[in-house]
Design a protein around this ligand. Structure first.
Ligand code: PEP
Ligand code: MG
Length: 765
């Protein structure tokens, strides 16, 4: 069956219709008004390559060593050209064009790849295959072939090779769906997004949905009782623009709304009732409240997309933290490094032992965590350490994993006994004897993934509805990532990309210094470790940018690893052999990191940007740049930049901008320690450690001013990016982006929005 109409497809037809096609068919079958579509089935792709006689050549072409980037690039080219240049067998072409003709009026269609996801363990990867919008009859057949060809991008070939999947066993279907020429459109929440009440909230504006979803127009807002259909509240806004499809090109363009329509109510009672019915059906179908994109064309209601509502539970950010068990005795206290309150049994672990003894829900108690503890940290319900500050390994990793943590208690390992039942409050930084009440736990607990995926919703009128969607901000809010295991949670935060990917955690988890690892396993294995670690994050965020920072661990951290005996003994490692200094001095390991990034670019991860840590001046930057060129990365074509975390680099910003960087990012953890001469890990002077000190802020605002004049983007990825006062100062100064830790992303988004709104109001007053 070369094509199948949606009504003939159900959720179990992934083999023939692919994941996307099957789920659209399922919705259609449930009675939902999905725009009509047919699926060019996976069998058709097979028939095409078989009947055209290219099967053998195609699979031979992609049977290459995927580590060999030249071979991989030519495999992609060969395979895609083969598909594009092969004539359609008459029967297949006729069937597809006949199906298209059944739409009746030669409409514009969307042509979407729909991979048979079962063949690929990671469905998100399958989703990376291509989609083409606004396709007309003439372009249809070519775009279907392009979807097929997207099975053979370098990324796809590499990925299947890595996962041990046979290229011949992977199929692809293509969905050809009518594009709806909406007169009005918007979004609908099938339950109240902030209260969960049985109310349907609808937002609507004129024209295509892009204007509402992108936030460029304030839509009307309607609240309807889900059961009775009674309209409880109507807010009609002024809608100055709308998006429409250009009749000739099919492109979406913005147009002014006719004067008499601007203040007109968009949806009448009948339409609202129709939407309410769709809302109830879709919520029943999925069993959870949904955020639905809808459109109305010629009086017919369509459902374009549906996803679960992802609204923040404000309490997860510590707003409602408790005293743990108020009756319990305070055992130890320290820094509340990762929010949430949990109760569990203590499991004491040494540097390398007892890790297996940590079972699900245990509370890890350790002097300090190390990179090899990450698997155990993932099983733990909380982490308590003797040592460490807010930027220590334990703090960074527990925040990324969403595990509550109290660190720097000085005495936890001595005070807390194995199997003792305790309550950890990661907001207050306390550990008390006994269990917390259930209410206390649910208030404070902040398990991984609880914030869901808010990245999908554009902002509309949050204040009208009381919901808290991802705010649209001009200043980007990214997120820091240190371990690939945290990538999924970080991506789900709705961040605009990764502002800092610290690769040293990947290297430290190898258990050997880079030099020792290379000596034992070879260049290629080291490079592969870096490729794998960055790729996990780049894949999760694609196409959002990911700034991978080259190695920046100080020598005392490397000393704990195999090969550490060869590390220099340094009086003050923070002022010593780390960051770009070490890299320029040991170019072999440095260039392997750069080669890893080049390989990722070649594989299609064009979202990976390079960033160099701890530069002193433009000379450091130019030397790093020449190493990029040595390995074949063109600094004019790929985005790259440096951290500004020494006063010298801040004062050399003009020359650093001239060196050709695309961006700089403030490492305030270091910039503060070097400007104030306060060791960031020294508790004796911790009270003097102040990222908001006027000296630090002046360096930063001066850098921002110079960068703006030189067209260089600015960012902050130090811990201070989550401090409201810092956010205010930097947004006011015109910073391009901020990159806090994952637990702070939502608060920073809200703070940025507040500051930007105030800036706007101030300019019109
Ligand atoms: C910083 O110095 O602020 C920074 C982000 O880098 P790190 O904490 O890894 O030194
Ligand atoms: Mg730093």
């Amino acid at each position: 069956m070369p094509v199948a109409w949606l009504n003939a497809v159900s959720g179990s037809d992934i083999d023939t219709a692919g994941g996307k096609g099957a789920s659209l068919g399922e919705l259609r079958g449930a009675g939902l008004p999905v725009p009509s579509a047919f699926i060019v089935t996976a069998d058709t792709y097979r028939t095409f390559i078989d009947e055209a006689g290219i099967t053998k050549e195609l699979f031979e072409a992609v049977d290459v060593d995927s580590e060999d980037s030249t071979a991989l690039a030519s495999a992609e080219q060969h395979a895609r050209e083969l598909i594009m240049n092969t004539e359609w067998p008459d029967s297949v072409r006729e069937t597809i064009l006949d199906a298209y003709a059944d739409f009746g009026d030669d409409p514009f269609v969307a042509v979407r790849s729909s991979a048979t996801a079962e063949d690929l363990p990671d469905a998100s990867f399958a989703g990376q295959q291509e989609t083409f919008l606004n396709v007309d009859r003439e372009a249809l057949l070519d775009q279907i072939k392009r979807c097929w060809g997207s099975l053979f991008t370098q990324r796809a070939i590499y990925y299947r090779d890595e996962q041990g999947f046979d290229h011949e066993n992977v199929d692809i279907a293509v969905v050809v769906q009518r594009m709806v020429d909406a007169d009005k459109s918007g979004v609908m929440f099938t339950s109240h997004p902030s209260t969960g009440d049985s109310e349907i909230v609808v937002e609507g504006a004129w024209g295509l949905g892009e204007a509402v979803v992108s936030g460029s127009v304030s839509p009307d807002n309607y609240i309807i009782d889900k059961e009775s259909g009674e309209i409880e509240d109507v807010t009609v806004t002024t809608k100055k623009i709308k998006c429409v499809r250009d009749a000739a090109t099919g492109e979406t363009v913005e147009k002014a709304v006719e004067t008499e329509q601007r203040d007109e109510r968009v949806l009448d009672e009948d339409e609202l009732d129709e939407l309410r019915k769709v809302g109830r059906l879709v919520e029943d179908h999925y069993g959870d409240p949904q955020d639905v994109e809808w459109a109305i064309a010629d009086g017919d209601v369509y459902m374009l997309q549906s996803r679960p509502i992802t609204t923040i539970d404000e309490s997860t950010n510590g707003a409602a933290s408790t005293d743990g068990d108020s009756d319990g005795e305070l055992l130890v206290s320290g820094l509340g490094a990762s929010p949430g309150t949990v109760s569990g049994r203590v499991r004491s672990v040494g540097k390398l032992d007892h890790l297996d003894a940590v079972t699900d829900g245990d509370i890890i108690v350790a002097e300090m965590t190390t990179p090899d503890m990450v698997p155990a940290m993932k099983r733990a319900s909380a982490i308590v350490t003797d040592e460490g500050g807010m930027t220590s390994h334990a703090a960074i990793i527990s925040r990324e994993l969403g595990v509550p943590a109290v660190i720097g208690t000085e005495s936890a390992t001595a005070t807390l006994a194995d199997d003792q039942y305790v309550t950890v409050d990661g907001d207050k930084g306390t550990v008390v004897d006994g269990a917390a009440t259930e209410a206390e736990l649910s208030n404070g607990q902040s398990p991984a993934g609880e914030t869901g995926d808010p990245g999908s919703s554009g902002e509309t009128t949050a204040s009208d509805t009381g919901r808290v969607p991802k705010p649209m901000t001009a200043t980007e809010v990214k997120v820091n990532v240190s371990i690939p295991e945290a990538a999924e949670r970080a991506a789900a935060s709705g961040a605009d990309g990764v502002g800092l990917l610290r690769i040293e955690h990947m290297v430290l988890s190898l258990g050997k210094t880079p030099e020792k690892y290379i000596a034992d396993h070879g260049d290629r294995a080291f490079r592969q470790e870096i490729i794998d670690g960055i790729r996990t994050v780049a894949e999760e965020f694609y196409p959002r940018p990911v700034r991978a920072r080259t190695l920046d661990a100080p020598s005392d951290e490397f000393r704990q690893l195999a090969g550490g005996e060869d590390e220099p003994t340094e009086h003050n490692p923070m002022l010593g052999y780390r960051g770009i200094r070490r890299s320029l001095d040991k170019p072999a390991a440095f260039e392997l990191q750069l080669e890893a990034v080049r390989r990722l670019h070649e594989m299609g991860y064009d979202n990976v940007e390079l960033m160099f840590p701890l530069v002193t001046d433009a000379e450091d930057v130019l030397r790093a740049k020449s190493h990029m060129q040595n390995v074949g990365i063109d600094p004019d074509k790929r985005r790259w930049g440096v951290m500004i975390e020494t006063p010298a680099s801040a004062l050399s910003i003009e020359e650093i901008a001239d060196a050709g960087v695309d961006f700089v990012s403030f490492g305030t953890n270091d910039l503060t320690q070097y400007t104030l001469a306060v060791d960031r890990n020294n508790s004796n002077v911790a009270d003097r450690y102040d990222e908001l000190h006027p000296a630090v802020r002046t360096l930063m605002t001066d850098v921002i001013e110079t960068c703006r004049a030189n067209d260089v983007d600015t960012s902050i990825c130090g811990q201070a990016a989550s401090k409201p006062a810092m956010v205010q100062a930097l947004v006011n100064a015109g910073i391009t982006s901020l990159s806090p830790n994952v637990d702070a992303v939502r608060d920073v988004q809200q703070e940025v929005k507040r500051v930007e709104q105030k800036l706007l109001v101030d300019t019109i007053r």
